[in-house]
Structures are given as structure tokens and as C-alpha cells.
Design a protein around this ligand. Structure first.
Ligand SMILES: *[C@@H]1O[C@H](CO)[C@@H](O)[C@H](O)[C@H]1NC(C)=O
Length: 295
């Protein structure tokens, strides 16, 4: 009799009823089928690393086919696909896998190697070379495309113009940089705030980084303020936090320092994390709002 005092859930009552077992079976099967389809949906939303992107690429470019388009006098007949991934809208940052071949990267490194000098900084009012020591510890050299007999820099420059749709003449010479063990570049803006640097003849709109080497560990390009993060914590400009982009030989990273109305995008703050293992080579192209990117 004691058993009668036990509270039975309606579910148990239902299952113990005469028609309960076949019905329960139907319910269970339904849940199983629903779960199966739900898992398929989720697995489509989250493509697995590497292989997933390769599959997406194939879907986009495997059946690339459109009618031959008439193009203008300044247009181009070729329609080579250039894959890219939006890494962030705040700041506007795009990633270009395999932007340049390893051979082109090697040619650029070889050319730059003989000309390296310690990198310098544009100084703000009141700053001196001594007071800014340690902020930028890489070595580098400025190289224009015409100084590269291999033609690699000219090829890269044309492709950068294509993906930014900003004419080549707006670019400064390439700044090819080498970061050795422990070397880094504390967070900074590429655009020059006139309040800090005085009036500017022209302004940097965007930056394109071509990674010329892999880095075993460290050396990421970081955006500490991505999507407004860390802006109100009294961020230490030497800290390596936020959105981090790991350098991969031949890959490109493009980000905009100015918003479309011309004001400096506060989220475009970025830096180079210290190299922990290996060596980092990168070619930087700063692109300005006026022609002739002379600094
Ligand atoms: C420019 O655009 C940004 C973002 O839309 C906005 O926050 C800012 O106030 C604008 N600046 C000016 C001067 O219009």
C-alpha cells in the first residue's frame, strides 16, 4: 500500500498505461530524428578548421563561371579569384590567404636583408628617440617596387591596389621588417592624429601587411580594441591582447585606419606581439588618401 503514496509523474503514468509503450517508442524516435537534423545544421554553421575553409573555397570558386563582361578602358579582362575572409568590421580587417607565392616572399626577404636598419618612429610632440625606446624594436628598410629587379614587389603592389581599389600611386614605399626573438611593436595607430602629430599633408587610410615568413611562436598582429573591447580598462599598450592574427608566409592582412567619413577609427589600434620562437618577416604597405605616398 505504501506504494500508492509515491507521487507518480504524469509522464510515468503515461508510460505505464496500456498504449504507453508504442507511443513512447514513437516519441523517442522523433527526438532522435530531430536531434540528428539539428546536429547537421550546427555542423554546417561551424566548418572545421582548415578543411572547412577549403570546402567553402571550392564551393565558391569550383564552378566559377560567368559570361564574358565588357570592361572599360581602365578595366581588366582577367578574372582571377582572390579569396578573403572578413576578420573584423571594427576595425575593418580582411585576411587574404595565399596572397603571394613563397617564391615572391623569398625574393623580397633576400632583397631587404642586405639593407636592414633599426626601425624608427614618427615622434609625437614632446617625444624623443630616447623616450620612445623599446616601442618598436624591429629592423627594416623602405623599398619601392622599382628597386626590386625580381618584380615581386611590383606584382604585390598591383594586387594590393586591386583588392583595396585604391590606386598604386597612393601607396608609400614598402616597409619590409624583420622581428627577431623578443622584438615587437607596441600598440599604435598608423594614421596620424593632427592633435598629436601636427597638421598632415595627407593621411594614411589603410595598411596592407604581407607576411613573408611563418613564425613558430608569437609575432601575431594584434587588435586590442577590436569591436570596442578593452578601451575602458586603461589598456597597457605593451600588452598582447584582443584579436590576434598569426603570420603565415604568403598571406595578407588589410585593415583600414580611417572610417568612411575620414575620421580615425579608434578600433584600428594594433601592434606586433613579441616573437617567442623563430623570426618574423613582413612587408607593410601604407596607403594614403592622396597620391604620391611620400611621407
Ligand atoms: C564619423 O563616423 C563615425 C562612425 O560612424 C562617427 O562616430 C563619427 O562621429 C563621425 N565623425 C564625423 C566628424 O562625422
Amino acid at each position: 500500500m505504501k506504494e500508492n503514496y509515491k507521487v507518480r509523474s504524469p509522464w510515468t503514468t503515461f508510460l505505464r498505461g496500456k498504449v504507453g509503450y508504442p507511443l513512447a517508442l514513437v516519441f523517442c524516435s522523433l527526438f532522435f530524428v530531430a536531434g540528428f537534423f539539428a546536429s547537421m545544421l550546427f555542423s554546417q554553421d561551424v566548418p572545421s578548421e582548415g578543411a572547412g575553409n577549403a570546402r567553402v573555397l571550392h564551393e565558391h570558386f569550383g564552378v566559377l563561371d560567368w559570361p564574358e563582361m565588357p570592361y572599360g578602358e581602365t578595366g581588366e579582362g582577367d578574372s582571377t579569384p582572390i579569396p578573403f575572409q572578413v576578420l573584423s568590421w571594427k576595425p575593418r580587417a580582411l585576411y587574404f590567404p595565399n596572397f603571394a607565392s613563397p617564391e615572391k616572399c623569398d625574393a623580397i626577404v633576400k632583397l631587404a636583408k642586405t639593407r636592414l636598419r633599426p626601425s624608427t618612429l614618427a615622434l609625437r610632440k614632446g617625444e624623443t628617440e630616447d623616450s620612445t625606446k623599446g616601442i618598436r624594436t624591429s629592423s627594416g628598410t623602405f623599398l619601392s617596387a622599382s628597386q626590386d629587379p625580381s618584380g615581386a614587389l611590383a606584382w604585390v603592389e598591383k594586387k594590393i591596389a586591386k583588392v583595396t581599389m585604391i590606386p598604386r600611386a597612393h601607396g608609400e614605399a614598402f616597409n619590409v621588417l624583420r622581428y627577431e626573438l623578443g622584438q615587437r611593436y607596441a600598440s599604435h595607430y598608423d594614421a596620424f592624429n593632427p592633435a598629436e602629430y601636427g597638421p598632415q599633408r595627407s593621411q594614411r587610410v589603410a595598411s596592407f601587411l604581407l607576411y613573408l615568413s611563418d613564425v613558430e611562436e608569437g609575432g601575431e598582429t594584434m587588435f586590442p580594441f577590436e569591436n570596442g573591447a578593452n578601451m575602458d580598462i586603461g589598456y597597457d599598450y605593451e600588452k598582447c591582447i584582443g584579436l590576434k592574427v598569426k603570420p603565415r608566409k604568403g598571406d595578407g592582412l588589410l585593415f583600414y585606419s580611417l572610417m568612411t567619413n575620414g575620421t580615425i577609427d579608434p578600433t584600428s589600434l594594433h601592434g606586433s606581439c613579441p616573437v617567442i620562437k623563430g623570426e618574423k618577416w613582413v612587408a607593410t604597405k601604407w596607403i594614403r588618401d592622396k597620391e604620391d605616398g611620400v611621407m
